[in-house]
Design a protein around this ligand. Structure first.
Ligand code: SF4
Length: 266
């Protein structure tokens, strides 16, 4: 007859790997950068802030605050106040460039909200969702979760110079994991993911299946297993080194071409 220990009744629960999609993505891009960001303590110093990150954060916050207005106040006239209130000033070359970028961002927002119904109430705006698997405790913050009848839809805002494609939406691990977590949190199907590219006003969408979501989840679990087993955290040198916050710390990446903090908004 089996004892309780053999039955596993008192076995220590398996420790889950706590992660966000960006944590997993950081390791997949470069294990060394992952080590600098999440393992080394104290963390090595980062380079200066990037203007494109400031721009992205400013636009995201303005859209978040747009939805916190009463529907009858969601009008284009509200946008300059919203954008100014949370504008992030770091990383720009000078005030002239910052002002140019502010005007550009405002134009993107005006054009974007022109296509929105102000009475639509998303079920989530900058909403944190979480889910567990046998090995992962996943969480992440979704830009917007729309309720479109029978299903929920993940909306992710993009402000980079490059456009967005269906392949980007299909291949995005983060969006797939958000969809999985959102379906679990709200107990409603969530398979469609959308990238909304504000500079061009384009939307790239993909409708996941159970199988495609499951593939993303399996890959996330594999990455988590790789991270757990890694002791070397090798450098992955490539074009991304020029944009890496730890370029000056990393011996392998330090010879990459440096970029000015404002290069990506010029
Ligand atoms: S500089 Fe390059 S190799 Fe070094 S941590 Fe950054 S991305 Fe990785």
């Amino acid at each position: 007859m089996l004892g309780v220990e053999q039955l596993g009744l008192f076995a220590a629960p398996r420790r889950l790997f706590t992660c966000t999609p960006s944590k997993l993505g950081s390791y997949e891009d470069c294990p060394r950068r992952y080590r600098y960001t999440y393992v080394d303590r104290p963390a090595p110093p980062k380079g200066p802030p990037w203007a494109h990150n400031s721009l992205g954060a400013s636009v995201h916050t303005a859209l978040k605050n747009w939805y916190s207005l009463e529907p009858d106040r969601r009008r284009p006239e509200a946008l300059p106040t919203l954008l100014k209130a949370t504008w992030v000033r770091e990383g720009y070359r000078d005030e002239e460039q910052e002002l140019q970028v502010y005007r550009r961002a405002l134009a993107w927002l005006e054009s974007y909200i022109d296509g929105l119904d102000p009475t639509d109430e998303p079920v989530g705006v900058e909403r944190t969702v979480a889910a567990r698997t046998d090995t992962l405790a996943l969480s992440g913050r979704v830009d917007r979760i729309d309720d479109r009848g029978d299903e929920l839809v993940i909306v992710d805002y993009k402000t980079g110079r490059g456009g967005v494609s269906e392949d980007d939406a299909r291949g995005s691990r983060a969006l797939a994991l958000y969809a999985i977590a959102t379906a679990r949190v709200f107990r409603k199907p969530c398979r469609r993911v959308e990238l909304h590219h504000l500079p061009t006003g384009t939307v790239a969408a993909f409708d996941h299946t159970e199988a495609s979501l499951d593939r993303h989840l399996r890959r996330a679990e594999e990455t988590a297993a790789d991270i757990t087993a890694d002791t070397e955290f090798p450098a992955r040198v490539g074009p991304q080194c020029s944009w890496c916050d730890y370029r000056k710390t990393c011996p392998e990446g330090s010879s990459s071409t440096p970029r000015d903090p404002w290069t990506a908004v010029e």
